[in-house]
Ligand binder design. Structure first.
Ligand code: GLC
Length: 433
């Protein structure tokens, strides 16, 4: 079958009426950043479905502005952790008519709508109505981050759970190891992911107990961000998350100009974020951006693919961009590996098959491609684009891929199959080459 048709088919099959599940067997609900990427892909196939995807995501928005990482539009006992773990119905901010998780995910809607606007603004009136309706909600979600996740008011926001970003990244190991497991419950028997995915590609049980410990802590404090800031052992200013926030701010500035709205506040947020990210997280010695651990007040010196995302956000000077691109070629691309491994291949913790510790993710590649293009690295951008399309056409629409060269033993296909954002972003890649 033509891979474009196959991608459209996957998005159709994974649609549950108004929203799309990331992977039918592994992830049966609506996820936040997934739905943003999915909406972009859907906009090539069925615009109304793309708009519904976004509207249904924002139905889960809390009254304090937080856009949750999962919406439980329906019940599905095959997934852990489901709504009962989160207890979001006990907080004052969660919506009354929809169960959600209690944490967020990287902000994508500003840049997703801005990208869709390049094609649809002035052409499709229902798209314009969607932007009018959703723009203030995206502003509220960024306002939440700057109000509650940036206590020093320096422009960098923190994540307080690994599920808020690249969730099994080795950059979180130290912070997670601070959790005393004797205080955590053992949830290994509740896990459902190991029934549908290979354990060697998934987080360990010890780690899962730590993840749930954090959720239990949030519930104990009824999701009060002030208390979480005080007591949570895991508080990290993540480069991936902040770069996406900055790029989404930029998207909002674009949308504001289309809507003829004042964008002064977003510009101020963005300027502060860009300045601090460069001042605090850039290592001139290593030519790389590192996440910052707010508990140890130190940079986490592990090179993960999120550290390349300031290219996407336009944070780097021309010189920094050049140095960062060279680090990418040296540490992520050597040995004929496929770009972009989620962890540098010269890091001791690099693991080519384990979830976010080495495998290639298509959403990261999409952002990297746009970042490289933004700085005029056309050759490298074309390489990422070509490799991504080839990876998918050769292997299928997997959740993630082994970056090592293919051999009879290494089939490259990892995680869930028929994965929605892989299909969606494939469509955006092929429509623009
Ligand atoms: C995995 C990914 C996360 C994604 C979710 C649904 O947990 O790590 O980023 O949102 O799956 O696809």
């Amino acid at each position: 079958m033509d891979p474009k048709l196959q991608a459209a088919q996957i998005l159709n099959d994974n649609n549950r009426g108004g929203y799309t599940v990331p992977s039918p067997r592994l992830y049966p609900f609506q996820w936040n950043w997934d739905s943003g990427f999915i909406a972009l892909g859907l906009s090539y196939v069925n615009e109304e479905k793309a708009f519904a995807e976004i509207r249904n995501m924002f139905k889960g928005q809390w009254s304090n502005g937080m856009l949750p990482h999962m919406n439980f539009h329906h019940v599905d006992p095959s997934y852990f952790p489901g709504p009962e773990l989160w207890g979001s119905d006990e907080t004052e901010w969660a919506p009354k008519n929809l169960l959600t998780s209690g944490i967020t995910q990287p902000p994508v809607y500003g840049f997703i709508l801005s990208r869709m606007a390049e094609r649809l603004w002035g052409v499709n009136h229902s798209f314009e109505a969607l932007v009018r309706e959703i723009y203030p909600k995206i502003i509220a979600s960024h306002q939440y981050l700057y109000n509650f996740r940036d206590p020093a008011k320096e422009g960098l926001v923190y994540i307080h759970h690994n599920w808020e970003s690249a969730d099994n990244s080795p950059a979180w190991d130290d912070a997670l190891s601070r959790i005393n497991l004797t205080e955590a419950r053992d949830v290994s028997s509740l896990r459902r992911d190991l029934k549908v995915a290979d354990a060697s590609q998934r987080p360990t049980n010890d780690n899962y107990n730590r993840y749930i410990y954090l959720v239990d802590l949030f519930k104990k404090y009824k999701y009060d961000d002030k208390a979480i800031f005080e007591y949570c052992p895991f508080l990290i200013q993540d480069i991936l998350f902040n770069s996406m926030l900055i790029r989404s701010n930029e998207g909002l500035i674009h949308l504001a100009s289309l809507l003829k709205e004042d964008n002064t506040m977003v510009r101020e947020w963005n300027q502060r974020s860009i300045t601090t990210l460069n001042k605090k997280c850039w290592s001139g010695a290593d030519n790389f951006y590192y996440d910052f651990d707010l508990r140890t007040t130190e940079l986490i010196k592990i090179k993960v693919s999120g550290g390349l995302m300031p290219l996407f956000a336009g944070v780097c000077t021309t010189g920094q961009a050049n140095d960062l691109k060279n680090t990418m070629m040296k540490s992520f691309k050597a040995n004929n590996y496929t770009l972009c491994p989620s962890c540098a291949i010269d890091e001791p913790c690099f693991d080519p098959v384990k979830y976010w510790r080495g495998p290639v993710w298509i959403n990261v590649n999409w952002m990297l491609y746009h970042g490289l293009k933004r700085y005029g690295f056309d050759k490298e951008a074309a390489m990422v684009c070509k490799e991504t399309i080839h990876l998918i056409e050769k292997n299928g629409f997997y959740e993630y891929f082994d970056p090592r060269p293919e051999t009879p033993e290494n089939k490259k296909k990892l995680g869930g199959d028929n994965f929605s954002w892989t299909a969606a972003l494939y469509l955006d890649f092929v429509h623009n080459v």
